[in-house]
Design a protein around this ligand. Structure first.
Ligand code: 5RP
Length: 243
């Protein structure tokens, strides 16, 4: 487990107040946070979580974090989630874990979003991490072509799209799980768009959002309110609030 991710998660725990409804992000950093939250709950602290993925729901149950049905949530005080890249304007790429659609629904509905990352995720320009775009499987090749055009129109120099595949695992008996495109929790596909650099994330986000077939894209613009950058040394962990 990365110490920097752990320290970011520890710092985020200080933001949690008794009685809060929390959006629970997805990915390894968010799962560290959920484990720590479980410890706090076992000591009498009362919070409820709204999971952003099936994997997060499993993790929350494991660490005895009470969950609310996302369909019945009226208010989310704070969401804690990880990210794949964050720039100096708190613009982010998310979706490395294929949960971007649900993560964005919960982040957007939250009163405050805190992003927890290790320092390797901080970049000057977004785009070295391939941008995940969640698409409807129907006529996916047509959607992929339009995504390519949108990325080039918004200033990306390259924009090759790759359909994300399931991880093939081997059981103890040596049987391999079936290969094929990865399906998100909402039964969509993920296109990973290698752009090298995204010079105008806001423009790219708005062009992608306008395309039928795009269920959601991994650019999170103006959603993060607090950024917690984890370091190996707890004393060097940075917490920055967006103005
Ligand atoms: C999942 C995400 C994750 O937050 C992102 O991939 C970061 O993951 P990790 O904390 O494992 O580095 O967006 O869709």
């Amino acid at each position: 487990m990365s110490k920097a991710k752990m320290n970011a998660a520890i710092a985020a725990l200080d933001m949690v107040e008794d009685g809060m409804v929390l959006g629970l992000g997805s990915g390894s950093t968010a799962e560290i946070f959920i484990e720590l939250l479980g410890d706090k709950i076992s000591q009498g602290f009362k919070v409820q979580g709204v999971p952003t993925s099936k994997a997060t729901a499993v993790c929350a149950k494991k660490f005895k974090v009470p969950l609310l049905d996302p369909d019945k949530v009226e208010r989310i005080h704070l969401t804690i989630d990880g990210a794949d890249e964050v720039d100096e304007n708190f613009q982010m790429i998310k979706g490395g874990g294929a949960c971007l659609l649900r993560e964005k629904i919960i982040a957007d509905a939250s009163e405050h979003m805190a992003v927890i990352v290790d320092n390797s995720k901080i970049v000057k320009t977004l785009g070295a991490f391939p941008l995940p775009v969640e698409v409807d499987p129907f006529a996916m090749a047509l959607t992929a072509e339009r995504i390519y055009t949108a990325l080039i129109q918004s200033g990306c120099e390259t924009a090759s799209t790759t359909l994300r595949q399931k991880k093939v695992t081997t059981s103890k008996s040596g049987k391999k799980s079936p290969a094929g495109p990865l399906l998100t929790d909402g039964n969509n596909y993920i296109l990973d768009c290698a752009c090298t650099a995204i010079p105008d994330p806001q423009l790219t986000a708005s062009l992608l959002a306008s395309l039928p077939g795009v269920m959601e894209h991994g650019l999170f613009i103006n959603l993060a309110d607090t950024l917690i950058v984890g370091e190996e040394d707890m004393a060097k962990v940075m917490e920055i609030v967006r103005e």
